[in-house]
Design a protein around this ligand. Structure first.
Ligand code: ADP
Length: 248
């Protein structure tokens, strides 16, 4: 159907590990500007799907297109990042011994050599961009703190900010609220909604309170395929979804 309209278009994607199908003819289509939540029991294929989208894993079969034309099955991870796909892994990986602002500067410079970057300092436009990101991730008040002194939730938001510095059109977020307090979880839902005003977001998450707070279309994966798709109320009323979640 909507190949050319979709920002992300996966169809018939199969990934086998020693004959075991982690993804089995998976179809997953995300429209530009959408935010989608992906849920499913452990082993459903969520991580493998993200790995296919980011070029970490190559599918055995199937189509994976970005913006209707870029073939994600033929590009490597660096090329896919350059296309505008950013991924936030579950564990935050900030530079603990650098300030919040310097972490964002490093991300903006796209450089992994902190001494060189921080010696050069920031340009006016970089400073403006850092201020804007700090505002988005609500870390302006702690901008001078060392990243290592932040709470777990603040570290996750900083890392999301570092990803925003790369201006991804599509943001993939893996279990952002794992280990967060209820208040941090609610703030993270607000943050992703703010980000979604200008970017497309796919978020994998187990926490149903959080998924409910996002209030977006949900894709339920099971055994490497889509089991159900729709609003959270719609998919949670599906007997097959109930069985997958309760019958184990
Ligand atoms: P989820 O993220 O939904 O928990 P995964 O995508 O991590 O699921 O895994 C899907 C299935 O594929 C699981 O059964 C997992 O054990 C298997 N799997 C994932 N990666 C590998 C791998 N590198 N080698 C072998 N099996 C794998």
């Amino acid at each position: 159907t909507e190949v050319t309209d979709a920002l992300l278009y996966l169809d018939g994607v199969t990934v086998s590990f020693d004959g075991f199908k982690a993804l089995n003819t998976l179809s997953f289509v995300v429209a530009p500007g959408e935010m989608r939540a992906v849920i499913g029991p452990n082993g459903a294929g969520k991580t493998t799907m993200m790995d296919v989208i980011t070029g970490k894993t190559r599918p055995d079969q199937g189509t994976a297109l970005f913006r209707g034309s870029a073939d994600l099955t033929k590009l490597d991870e660096a090329e896919i990042a350059t296309l505008g796909i950013g991924r936030k892994f579950q564990k935050p990986t900030v530079f603990e011994m650098h300030s919040v602002t310097d972490n964002l500067l490093l991300a903006l410079k796209g450089d992994r050599a902190p001494r060189r970057v921080l010696f050069a300092r920031e340009t006016l436009s970089e400073r403006a961009r850092i201020d804007e990101i700090l505002e988005t991730v609500r870390l302006s008040a702690v901008r001078r703190r060392l990243a290592g002194e932040l709470s777990h939730g603040q570290k996750q938001w900083l890392e999301i900010g570092m990803l925003l510095a790369q201006e991804p059109e599509l943001l993939l977020v893996d279990e952002p609220v794992a280990g967060m307090t209820d208040a941090e979880t609610a703030d993270t839902a607000d943050l992703l909604r703010r980000i979604n005003q200008t970017r497309t977001v796919v978020v994998v998450e187990h926490d149903m309170t959080f998924v409910r707070a996002l209030d977006v279309k949900v894709t339920v994966l099971h055994e490497g395929s889509v089991l159900a798709e729709g609003s959270l109320d719609h998919v949670s009323a599906d007997p097959r979804v109930v069985e997958v979640y309760l019958g184990r």
